[in-house]
Each structure stands twice: as C-alpha cells, then as structure tokens.
Design a protein. Sequence first.
Lengths: 72, 198
Amino acid sequence: MQDSKRCTHATSCEMYDLFQLKGALRVWQINYCEGDFQRCARFQRACDGGRIPKNLLPNGKLLTAAPAGPER
Amino acid sequence: MSYWPWWLGGTALAAVSVGFWLACGRLLGVSGSVARVLDGPERDRAPDDGSALEAELLAMTRAEFGDDAVAAAAEAPAPSASASPSSASLPWSAHLALLVAIVVGGAVAGATRGGWHLRAVADGLGADFTRLVGGGFGGIGALFAGGLLVGFGTAMSGGCTSGHGLCGTSRLQRGSLAATAAFFGAGALVALALERLR
C-alpha cells in the first residue's frame, strides 16, 4: 500500500509542497517522502526535536533562496 | 453532564473527517492546523523570489539525482487521489476557522447538554480529576505540563489523535498505527497508574 510508506510528517512539510511545483521535483518525493524518509534530514531534525530550517533539503543541503514562512 | 453514546460520537467524528476531506480536499489534522496558524498568514504569500527559488531547486535536484532520474520522475504518476496532499497548502484562514470551530462546537455541545459554565480555579475540574491529579493551581499546572508533552509529542510524531488516530489509522498507515498505539497505550497506562497511586 503506497500510502503506508509515506513520511508521517509530509502533511506539515513545506518542502513536500515545494516538490509539487514541477513534475521534475517528484524525484525528491520518490526518493525521500514516499521512500526511505528516515534518511531525510528534515525528518531527522523533527525527531530530534530541533528547528527545521525552511530551506533545508532532504539531503541535508540548504537552498540559498528561502521558501516563504517562518521556520518550524 | 451526560455524554453522547459511543456510536453517535464515533459517527460524528467520522462525518467531520470525511466532510473535511470533501470540503477541503485535505486530511483533517488539528495539530497541523495549530502549527500552521502559529506560522502566521505570511506563508500564504508567494515568495518574492519564487522564480529564483524554483530555478535553484531544479539545479540542486539535477545535481543530486542526475538528469536521467529527474526526467524519469517527471514522467512518473503524481501521488494518487487517495494520497493526502499537505494540509500546509490550505490558506491560513481555513486552518484558523477549523480551530475556532472546534472551540465553538465544544461550547455549543456543552451548553446544549447542560454542562457548560465558567469555573474559577478554586472550583476545580471535577471530582475525578481532583482525586487523580489534584485540585486548584496544582491541577492547572498538571494540565499545562501535560499540554507541553502533547505539543512536543505531536510535533515529533507529525500528528495527533485527529491526524494519526482518525485519518491515518483508518487508511492503515503504519506510522499512524504505531503513533496511535503509543499514545493511547501510554494514556491508558498513566490512567491506571494514577488510579493505583491514589
């Protein structure tokens, strides 16, 4: 069941929304959000209770152009 | 105060969950809405450098996965209609309306059943609560501490009784099943422990 592999934090993740901007960005969802989400840097930060930079990508790298909204 | 029968309360909860999905195209998740409201309405506005953000995101995507993988993913089917879109894409006002409706609905339900009235701290929170947890400011403090734990837990697990308990478990999501088992189990254990201690 595809949904059972989906990251439990997807419903509140800004990056999940950004990855729906263009079809090419689906690769992030396939590899992280709907795949091995435990290795996502954002998921790991959430589990550790730390703040999640809004420009933090699942691979741990940071975007220089920051998405809108405050950090979590 | 008497409560609704279990079957009526359950039916009402299901109606709210399904109704929210039909009305908003999103899964119900109260903790997500709380977080979204606290974020503020600024996030509804598109970023001023939206095109720069998209361009950088695409560049980093190609650097991470390569052009072939990106092209293949672009042709992959989008998440199915049964998959839950992010509740973060609902406007801020919708999340605020949900939270206000919860408070108003609770007050209306209490008033119609004869159990709603303002209480002073000294009045306590009911005989059972006072017996198990304590009365006066001690009881209020216990509620506050419990609320802090709830807030931490919902942020850490990415959901609460509505998101995981109602929506996630009904869709047999493994993460939601685990989260729901954990918080209901913990609640039951603590309740039993308090009964024994008191």
